[in-house]
Design a protein around this ligand. Sequence first.
Ligand code: SDX
Length: 372
Amino acid sequence: MEEKEIYKGLAGVPIDYTAISKVNAETNSLLYRGYPVQELAASKTFEEVAYLLWNGELPSESELTAFNERTRPLRKLDPRVAAAVDALPLDAHPMDVVRTAVSVIGSLDKDAWTLTENLSKAEALFAQIPAVVARDHRRRKGLEPVEPSSHLNYAEDFLWQTFGEEPEAAVADAFRVSLILYAEHSFNASTFTGRVIASTLSDIYSAVTGAIGALKGPLHGGANEAVLHIFNEIGFGPGAKERVKVWLDNALATKRKIMGFGHRVYKSGDSRVPTMRDAMVKMIEHYGRADVLELYEALEEDFVSRKGIYPNLDYPAGPTYHLMGFETEEFTPIFVAARVTGWTAHIIEQVENNALIRPLSVYNGVPERHVL
Ligand code: SDX
């Protein structure tokens, strides 16, 4: 067999440049267009961060006003997209619903292939995905959809459309922080998927649909949902430490991956976790759920002490969305709503300086042979 070094999973393999974000495992840091994500989370709206990712600079006051005037009217779903969401089974996974909705949005865009218009298409997807997630949330409960607002900001409107009431400031702020932290993370699996599809000069909707499919996996974005499944298996309430020990003994004995822990790039902890954990703790205090913190800390302390593998962003994000009232299977669609900004920024960057992404393989099958 031909001897060639294989880089399975492309681990540690740089395959292109990007100016959008810098993930630095050595310093455990993350920059969006040069700004530390923690500074953005502390002071900017999600709209401002989306604008930054797409345009390379934070918007001026007039640019932000124009951006909001352009995107807020786009929050309302086309009736055909709404009908497509309603046509799906009530037990369809919410990630399948959002993936289908993006596909339908693309099929309605007669200029889908106009790659030079990708920024305006990205802004429209950014504006519409909350309405898809919210409509799906409400239809499962037999509730009528709530019309998007024009005066609420993105985070507030997402919660308004989902729960039918204007959110408390503390809840909207924790949600805003989570969206900023989830927005972008260089060549993660779903972003890379989007870039591969964009590199064939396919349309932005196909690239985003593919990225949603990649994000659904529990090794990637699906982990935030899986964290809650683990919490429910262990159980909330007094005595969490003891239950965690028994649960982990069994999980590790059966070689289970503990969702919400570990990362391909960060090996001494995910740079975003402290900020997301602070937001989670604020929600725990807001809703009076000290039992959630007890379980969160018991599992983290025990697993880190046993394996030296640290939490990633999904670990604090899942419990935060649970406390806010989202259904567990809706956590990853929220990740989609945030990450669609990063995905589309990368799709635009890929097309601007494109090369078809097509790696090699090393054949290890049967030697050549002949039918006759
Ligand atoms: C995200 O890439 C990004 O930037 C992604 C993301 C983003 O913002 O886009 O940050 C979002 O996807 C975060 C990751 C969410 N996924 C999970 O929480 C799923 C659980 N995590 C693991 O599956 C794992 O940590 C990965 C997939 C995230 C990363 O794994 P790697 O780098 O491929 O390393 P590996 O799986 O080869 O693990 C190395 C060792 C293995 O042990 P051995 O088989 O060599 O004995 O560590 C073990 C693994 O078994 N290990 C774990 C583990 N993570 C690593 N064991 C149990 N539970 C875990 N979570």
